[in-house]
Design a protein around this ligand. Structure first.
Ligand code: SAH
Ligand code: SF4
Ligand code: F3S
Length: 472
C-alpha cells in the first residue's frame, strides 16, 4: 500500500545522511516522501542536541504535530510520530512521558531497525530504539539508496571518543566506529554508477577513520589490517567516474602523515578542508580538552599547505568558553589573522547539561560573548569576502549540481566549496564545467561558461599560504 513519510532534519550532515537512509529503508515498504507533515502517515523529527534548548524546541514542535495528528485521525487517516537523532538518544523514554502523541523514539544508531520499530509501535502502541548496540548497523541497510544528486554524502565513521568538555556528541553518538573499507568502496561504486561525481566522506571525527581493510575481519584490526582515511581516499580515487572527494569533519589531532600526503598526491581530493580549531588560546584549548595547542594547529596547517598550496581552510570557533579572558580572545583573533580562512562557523559558548564545562567556574556574561562573537565574525567575514573577490577573473572547474532560482540558471561548487551561479543549458547538469568568474559576493560567485579548457586549479590570489588573507 502507498504510504507517505515526512522527515524533518536538524543539525549536522550526519543527520542529513541518516534521514536519507531512513527514506531508503522505508521506500521498499511503500513509503514515498510527503511535502508537508499534514500529508504524511509517518512524521519523523531527526533531531540535534548541540545547541542550548534543543530539547525544548523539539517539544514545542511536537505540540504542533499533536494537532496535525488529531486532525488526521479525525479524518480517518494514519499519523505516526517518531523522534529520532541526538535528542532522542539523550532524552529516551522521557520524550513519550512529556509528549504522549509520540509513538516512536529511536537514537542515531538504530535507524536501520526502523521497520521493526514501526511494527512494534503498531502492535504495542509505542517503541523505543536507543543505545549504541549496533555494530552491524551499516551492513544491515538496504543496498539500494536514492540518488542524492551529483554530489553525495557517504558515512564512513560514526561517534566520538574525544570528549571535548563543551560537547554532547560523545554522549549522543557513542564511541568511534569505522565502517569496513570494502563496504565503503562498494557503496561509492554504486553511487557513481547512479550518477554521483563527487563524494563527501562523513564522520564526527572522519579523520580518526580506522576501518578494516578489505579481506580483514569486519570492524576490527585483525586479519587484513586497518586503513586510515588517507589510504581509503587513495583507493576511492581509483573508482572510475568519481571525480571529486571531500571529507568532513576532522579533528586537528588526527591529521596524520598519510592523510596529509593524500592532499599532495590525490588530484581528486578537493583543496578545501574544514579543520575546527575552536580557540587560539592554549589555556582555553587545554580547558576544552582539545589536546593540541595553537602552535600545533599552525604546524598542521603549514604542512597541509606545503602539500597542497591552494588549500582553503574552514573552521569552527567557540567564543566565551568558561574562563575566557580578553587576552584569550585576542589569541583567537591572532590565529584567525595568521591562518586566513575561506569560510568559518562561530558560536557563543552555550552550556550543555551533563558536559564538564557546563558547571565550570568563570562562565562569561552574555553581553561579553555577544561582543566577542561580533568582532570575530567581522574578521571572518572580511576574510571570506577577500577570498571570494580574489577569484574574479579566474576560470575554475565547477560541479553543476543544482538548478538556480532564475530560469536557465544552474548552481555548482568550486573546488574550494564556493557556490557558483551560471547560466547553462540543461545537459550540463551533473557535470564539471569551466566557469569564468565575473562577480563575487560575501557568500557566492557568478560567472559564465568558459569556451576554452581551464588551467588546472590554482589558489585564488592571497589564499594560498598561512600568512595569506588578512582582514582589511
Ligand atoms: N566533531 C566536530 C564538531 C561537532 S559539533 C569537531 O570536533 O570539530 C560542531 C561545532 O559546534 C563544534 O565544532 C563547536 O564549534 C560547536 N559546539 C559544540 N558544542 C558547543 C557548545 N556547547 N557551545 C557552543 N558551540 C558548540
Ligand atoms: Fe564534540 Fe570534540 Fe568530539 Fe568534535 S571532537 S564531536 S567537538 S567531543
Ligand atoms: Fe547535532 Fe547530533 Fe550532529 S547533536 S551536530 S545531530 S551529531
Amino acid at each position: 500500500m502507498q504510504k507517505s513519510v515526512y522527515i524533518k532534519t536538524y543539525g549536522c550532515q550526519m543527520n542529513v545522511y541518516d534521514s536519507a537512509r531512513m527514506a531508503d529503508v522505508l521506500a521498499p515498504r511503500g513509503y514515498r516522501q510527503a511535502e508537508a507533515p499534514e500529508d504524511a502517515d509517518l512524521i519523523i523529527l531527526n533531531t540535534c542536541h548541540i545547541r542550548e534548548k534543543a530539547a525544548e524546541k523539539v517539544y514545542s514542535e511536537l505540540g504542533r504535530l499533536k494537532r496535525i495528528k488529531r486532525e488526521r485521525r479525525a479524518a480517518g487517516k494514519d499519523a505516526t510520530i517518531a523522534v529520532a537523532g541526538c535528542v532522542a538518544q539523550a532524552e529516551g523514554a522521557e520524550i513519550r512521558r512529556r509528549a504522549p502523541a509520540v509513538d516512536l523514539v529511536f537514537g542515531p544508531q538504530s535507524y536501520h531497525r526502523l521497520p521493526e520499530l514501526l511494527a512494534e509501535a503498531r502492535r504495542t502502541g509505542s517503541a523505543i530504539g536507543q543505545a549504541f548496540e549496533a555494530d552491524e548497523k551499516f551492513d544491515t541497510l538496504p543496498e539500494e539508496s536514492a540518488f542524492q544528486g551529483p554530489s553525495a554524502f557517504l558515512t564512513v565513521q560514526e561517534g566520538c571518543d574525544k570528549f571535548c568538555t563543551f560537547c554532547v556528541v560523545p554522549y549522543t553518538r557513542g564511541a568511534e566506529y569505522s565502517r569496513p573499507a570494502a563496504a565503503i568502496l562498494a557503496e561509492a561504486r554504486r553511487m557513481v554508477a547512479g550518477g554521483a561525481r563527487e563524494i563527501a566522506l562523513l564522520g564526527q571525527n572522519v579523520n580518526a577513520y580506522a576501518g578494516a581493510a578489505p579481506g580483514g575481519v569486519r570492524g576490527g584490526a585483525k586479519g587484513g589490517g586497518v586503513w586510515g582515511l588517507g589510504r581509503l581516499i587513495r583507493e576511492l580515487a581509483d573508482v572510475e567516474g568519481l571525480e571529486r572527494i571531500r571529507y568532513t569533519t576532522s579533528h586537528p589531532r588526527d591529521m596524520d602523515d598519510e592523510l596529509i600526503a593524500a592532499h599532495a598526491e590525490v588530484p581528486a581530493l578537493m583543496p578545501y578542508l574544514h579543520l575546527p580549531v575552536q580557540s587560539g588560546s592554549d589555556r582555553i584549548l587545554a580547558a576544552m580538552n582539545r589536546k593540541h595547542t595553537a602552535a600545533d594547529y599552525r604546524r598542521t596547517v603549514d604542512r597541509l599547505r606545503a602539500a597542497r598550496p591552494d588549500l582553503a581552510l574552514s573552521s569552527d570557533f567557540i567564543v566565551g568558553f568558561p574562563g575566557e579572558t580578553d587576552q584569550d580572545f585576542a589569541a583567537t583573533l591572532k590565529l584567525v589573522t595568521e591562518v586566513g580562512y575561506a569560510q568559518a562557523y562561530s558560536f557563543k559558548y552555550s552550556a550543555r547539561p551533563g558536559t564538564p564545562a557546563a558547571t565550570a567556574d568563570g562562565q562569561v556574561p552574555e553581553a561579553e560573548k555577544a561582543a566577542r562573537l561580533a568582532a570575530l565574525q567581522q574578521l571572518l567575514e572580511a576574510q571570506q569576502a577577500a577570498f571570494n573577490h580574489a577569484c574574479i577573473g579566474r576560470t575554475m572547474p565547477v560541479l553543476l549540481d543544482r538548478a538556480g532560482r532564475k530560469p536557465g540558471q544552474m548552481v555548482g561548487r568550486s573546488p574550494w566549496m564556493q557556490a557558483v551561479h551560471v547560466m547553462a543549458p540543461p545537459d550540463r547538469f551533473g557535470r564539471i564545467a569551466d566557469i569564468a568568474i565575473e562577480r563575487a559576493t560575501a557568500n557566492s560567485l557568478a560567472g559564465h561558461l568558459a569556451a576554452a579548457p581551464a588551467a588546472p586549479p590554482r589558489a585564488p590570489v592571497g589564499a594560498g599560504r598561512s600568512e595569506g588573507v588578512r582582514a582589511a
